[in-house]
Write a protein that binds this ligand. Structure first.
Ligand code: PRP
Ligand code: URA
Length: 206
């Protein structure tokens, strides 16, 4: 199923805190960290692993070991709020960066930075908390595929149906992991009910 809504009660509890406009940046950052952890655990379910022999203090058994490299690409700036939990969970992860900024009037995203490693042998996560019109995510995934990635999974906190449609049209079959599929977009291209401007709330730049 390409669209996966992580509906675990703890994920939904964390999302409720992120949506609450009275949540200050310090708490917002912690909630983002914890929710990203839950989303990424689900988003990496399909990463390759194999059974290997393990010797416990009691006897020999088998254990599942990850055999596929992981890469994560946060979309600046808001995606940075989702990077560190991935690095903590997957210490061998390769990190690339993409800088995109939406025009405030048109919502068309402009690319201002890109630094990506070779992604050809890595299961690649693109992390950006807000999938609104989908323009930023579609551009980011194109850049990621341009660096060789064959498996790209989009991880976001909140998605709008418009963004999901746009991303699926641009990149058919892409898997999306999110904590919520919201109602839609308002006239300023913000997600409704959403949580406001994620980057501003993460970094206190209101
Ligand atoms: C936000 C968000 C996404 C984009 C989503 O970034 O982090 O990258 O908007 O919108 P879209 O689906 O309509 O493209 P923004 O451009 O506000 O930049 P910022 O992260 O630097 O605040
Ligand atoms: N970017 C955000 O930060 N929030 C939205 O609702 C849409 C785009």
């Amino acid at each position: 199923m390409p669209l996966n809504v992580v509906d675990h009660p703890l994920a939904q509890h964390l999302l409720a805190g992120l949506r609450d406009k009275s949540t200050p940046p310090e708490v917002f950052r912690r909630l983002s960290w914890n929710l990203t952890t839950m989303l990424v655990i689900e988003a990496t379910r399909a990463i390759r692993s194999e059974l290997r022999s393990i010797v416990t203090p009691i006897k020999t058994t088998s254990g599942q070991i990850l055999t596929e490299g992981l890469a994560v690409v946060p979309v600046l700036r808001a995606g940075l709020g989702m990077l560190e939990p991935v690095v903590q969970m997957f210490p061998d992860v390769a990190v690339g960066y993409i800088g995109l900024e939406r025009n405030e009037d048109t919502a068309v995203a402009r690319s201002y930075y890109s630094k990506l490693p070779d992604l050809s042998n890595r299961y690649t996560l693109c992390v950006d908390p807000m999938l609104a019109t989908g323009g930023s995510a579609a551009q980011a995934v194109s850049l990621i595929k341009g660096h060789g990635a064959k498996t790209v999974v989009m991880v976001c906190v909140v998605a709008a149906p418009e963004g999901v449609d746009r991303l699926e049209t641009s990149h058919p079959g892409i898997h999306i992991y999110t904590a919520a599929l919201d109602e839609g977009l308002n006239e300023k291209h913000y997600i409704v009910p959403g949580l406001g401007d994620f980057g501003d709330r993460l970094y206190g730049t209101f």
